[in-house]
Design a protein around this ligand. Structure first.
Ligand code: AHM
Ligand code: MG
Length: 337
């Protein structure tokens, strides 16, 4: 422990390298870290205290809200609002932009988060995660916040990351200078640097997709998945299928081992031709992370990070992972244009 770098130490060291650093980002990050510890503690107690099951409410996505979803959302909103450096927040669980309560100090950052991703796994003790994405306000602080401050393309993110509640709790993030992973040491209650400078292998051996929906896929998606399953691919043998159904866990495994995660467009529901995952709170932060680790993220054709969002809960098809694997997807999709 004495030689190990804590996440706070890491952030302070890197902030000092940024000209005109004011310490605001460090304050925001400290609240993310504290929220992660509080949520992790509650996740670990699931089954012992009454936090499993549903609250009885339905969220903005039309999904039933689990008690732990609601708990994580409440903790994040409460803690982050108190960082004193935010002008707005947005959560997967809230229909609208969340304002900073009157009387609390504000600043120039905006945070967007999915408080507890992979909810279907909560009650069965399978990995879940928290995802976050941070932007700077663009409009002058003397004027009212604009919707366009929150609806920025992913290239404008100043930081992004996730907390994975797994066999251990990990915080993985980027501030634009590589991807770093920290593991929570429960004995001392600190996140310690365990995975410095993560690089995703250029080509993987794993594909991750919910293949149960294959009858609803479009032609290019079928060809893509057949490619990874065939022995005619770059790898010369079929990729292994791995799908947890928790984006954070599926992404984390592929980040470390290499591979591709797909959540394609789904023709089941004509109102949702863009698949299930949300651009702002899921696809963009993961896209920033994967690019910082040397991988790629596209919607089939274009870079996720360059998509101009038009609403808060916009969905997007997502193909993300090792560079060569995602490039292959792009080539296959281009044939169908
Ligand atoms: P959630 O935010 O409601 O938990 O939904 C997102 C999750 C992702 O973690 C995961 O990749 C995906 O939904 C799984 O969806 P499906 O069950 O359709 O495969
Ligand atoms: Mg989610």
């Amino acid at each position: 422990m004495p030689q190990q770098v804590t996440v706070t130490e890491h952030i302070i060291l890197h902030q000092n390298m940024v000209p005109k650093a004011t310490g605001q980002f460090t304050r925001l990050f400290n609240e993310i870290v504290l929220s992660a510890k509080i949520i992790s503690r509650q996740v670990n107690k699931a089954g012992l205290v009454d936090v499993l099951g549903f609250t009885g409410d339905t969220n903005v996505q039309g999904e039933e809200v689990k008690k732990l979803d609601e708990y994580a959302n409440r903790i994040l909103i409460h803690r982050l609002a108190r960082s004193g450096v935010l002008c707005a927040m947005a959560s997967e669980e809230n229909a609208d932009i969340i304002e900073i309560p009157h009387g609390l100090p504000q600043g120039g950052y905006i945070i967007i988060f999915d408080p507890l991703d992979g909810s279907s796994n909560i009650d069965v003790n399978v990995n879940i995660g928290t995802i976050f994405s941070i932007y700077r306000r663009v409009s002058p602080s003397s004027e009212p916040l604009m919707t366009s401050d929150v609806l920025q393309p992913g290239v404008e993110q100043v930081a992004a990351g996730y907390i994975l509640y797994g066999s251990s709790t990990m915080l993985v993030f980027t501030t634009g200078t590589g991807v770093h992973g920290f593991t929570l040491d429960p004995g001392v209650g600190e996140f310690l640097l365990s995975h410095p400078n993560i690089r995703i292998p250029e080509q993987g051996k794993i594909y991750s997709v919910n293949e149960g929906y294959s009858q609803y896929w479009d032609e290019p998606t079928r060809e893509v998945v057949n490619y990874f399953k065939s022995s005619e691919n770059n790898h010369k043998k079929p990729y292994s299928a791995r799908y947890i159904g928790s984006l954070v866990a599926d992404f984390h495994r592929n980040l470390l081992y290499g591979g591709i995660f797909l959540y394609p467009a789904d023709l089941r529901d004509p109102k949702k031709p863009a698949g299930k995952l949300r651009l702002l709170c899921e696809a963009n932060p993961m896209a920033m992370l994967v690019e910082q680790a040397g991988g790629m993220a596209i919607d089939g054709h274009k870079r996720i990070l360059e998509i101009d969002p038009d609403h808060l809960h916009q969905r997007v098809p997502l193909f993300i992972g090792s560079r060569d694997d995602v490039k292959k997807v792009q080539q296959i999709y281009a044939k169908y244009n």
